[in-house]
Design a protein around this ligand. Structure first.
Ligand SMILES: [Zn+2]
Ligand SMILES: [Zn+2]
Ligand SMILES: [Zn+2]
Ligand SMILES: [Zn+2]
Length: 466
């Protein structure tokens, strides 16, 4: 136990818990000293005992007898009895001392045990203190760590706060700018509103003037406003449209045409002002069902593509005239139009005859959903084919129709031609057909069907965008 304590004591100089250790060292020293003292006492008692044996003889009756026997040869009987009395009292004394010493020893042993127990307790306490110290040390480290951490966090928060403040300033500035801009735009809006109100007032005035002028420009005969100049007028300035004046001239005696308004003789007058007004005003589309008001310079362009323009059925037989927007509906019921392509039949008789043959027009769509018609007819031993688009001239631009003629059995393509499709119009002029093929060319490639006793060939058309 002493060795263990000394080892611990030598380590105590390195240990941060040196103070409690020192205290326990002091305690240890004290205990040590006490033990030494007790040991000394014990030794002293032992020495005394040894001394007693030399002077007062043995400590027991048996020992006493033995010693008596040892000295019997040397001493006389009287001396012997006197010595015996002396020896008895000495023995008694020695027995008392021995009892006392035993008591003392017992006491010392008890004290030693108490001291050892105390030492053990102080050792435990020491361990406890060391444990607490370590815990405190750990706590300090934790505290330092937490302090450092919270310091970092504080710095971080401070930085964030700074950034937030900057952001706030920025936002504030932005809000100010936006507010300023809003105010500005409000002013601008008010300004624009004011200007537009002024403009509207002006426009109303101009419109009113134009309406009045337009009334004055109406032909008194057909009640239409002429769209083309020059505009004929009487010496008083009344105007008439050119077609009406032409009719009046034909009806009246030569040189006796009167102004339909004031009846004065019409001369060769032309109104320059009327022409200027006509060219600067809007005109109503003349096609039935349209009625759209169009600028003078856009009038012809509008009519070319007007959905209500008059067109002819794109088949070869049917001559039905209809509005452009009605063609698709008509095509579904027209007997002379078929959907998709088919084998073109030519009877033996027709193959010999040079007279005109017409077939149904094939209606088809391209990838963009536009509608086309393939027209085929034969006249004077010439096949003519055309692709008609249900669209305007403008829409036909950039399109190519590829027409191929094949043998329906061998699938051999014996003729192919590419040309521009034409827009649907109010005439089916076969003279200008795009594809012209001699009868002999077709006859070289066609197939004779034994069952129907007819010649057959297939015609297909496909649309490409350039
Ligand atoms: Zn007229
Ligand atoms: Zn007149
Ligand atoms: Zn129109
Ligand atoms: Zn038709």
């Amino acid at each position: 136990m002493e060795g263990k304590t000394s080892t611990k004591a030598s380590n105590s100089s390195e240990d941060p818990s040196s103070t409690p250790r020192k205290r326990s060292g002091v305690e240890e020293g004290r205990v040590k000293r006490k033990v030494e003292e007790q040991t000394e006492k014990v030794a002293k008692v032992a020495r005394c005992r040894e001394g007693g044996q030399g002077t007062a003889g043995l400590t027991s009756e048996a020992e006493l007898t033995d010693s008596d026997q040892d000295g019997s040869g040397k001493n006389s009987d009287d001396e012997e009895s006197g010595e015996k009395v002396l020896n008895r009292s000495g023995v008694k004394k020695s027995v008392d001392e021995k009892g006392e010493m035993k008591q003392e020893l017992k006491k010392v042993t008890q004290e030693k045990e108490t001291i050892v127990a105390k030492l053990k307790k102080s050792e435990d306490e020491k361990d406890q203190v060391i444990k607490e110290l370590n815990k405190a040390k750990q706590d300090i480290m934790n505290y330092r760590y937490l302090t450092g951490k919270s310091k970092n966090e504080k710095n971080h928060l401070e930085e964030e706060l700074k950034y937030q403040e900057l952001e706030n300033d920025h936002l504030k500035h932005k809000v100010e700018t936006v507010t300023q801009e809003r105010d500005n735009s409000k002013h601008e809006k008010d300004d624009v509103k004011h200007k537009s109100e002024q403009r509207k007032v002006k426009l109303d005035k101009v419109t009113k003037v134009l309406e009045e002028l337009q009334e004055k420009l109406e032909c008194p005969v057909c009640l239409a406003v002429p769209r083309e100049g020059p505009v004929p007028c009487c010496p008083s300035g009344h105007i008439t449209c050119s077609p009406c004046l032409e009719r009046l001239r034909m009806q009246a005696r030569p040189g006796r045409v009167e102004c339909p308004t004031c009846k004065v003789p019409m001369e060769e007058g032309r109104s320059l002002l009327a022409r200027v007004v006509i060219e600067s005003m809007q005109h109503q589309c003349s096609f039935e069902g349209c009625g759209e008001m169009v600028e003078h310079k856009e009038y012809n362009q509008h009519q070319e593509a007007c959905r209500h323009r008059e067109v002819i059925c794109p088949s070869n037989y049917c001559d039905t005239m209809m509005a452009f927007c009605e063609v698709e509906e008509h095509a579904r019921t027209c007997e002379d139009i078929s959907f998709g392509f088919w084998k073109v039949p030519v009877s033996e008789e027709q193959a010999q005859d040079a007279s005109e043959i017409k077939w149904n027009s094939a209606m088809f769509n391209d990838f963009d959903g536009a509608t086309f018609f393939l027209q085929i007819l034969k006249e004077d031993n010439i096949f003519s084919m055309d692709v008609v688009m249900l669209g305007s001239k403008e829409q036909c631009k950039g399109l190519k129709a590829k027409v191929s003629i094949t043998n329906p059995v061998t699938k051999e393509e014996f003729h192919m031609s590419t040309f521009s499709p034409r827009p649907i119009t109010d005439t089916n002029d076969t003279e200008d057909a795009s594809l012209i093929i001699r009868h002999s060319t077709i006859a070289k490639g066609w197939h004779f069907n034994q069952e129907t006793k007819q010649f057959e060939f297939e015609v297909k058309a496909k649309i490409y965008r350039r």
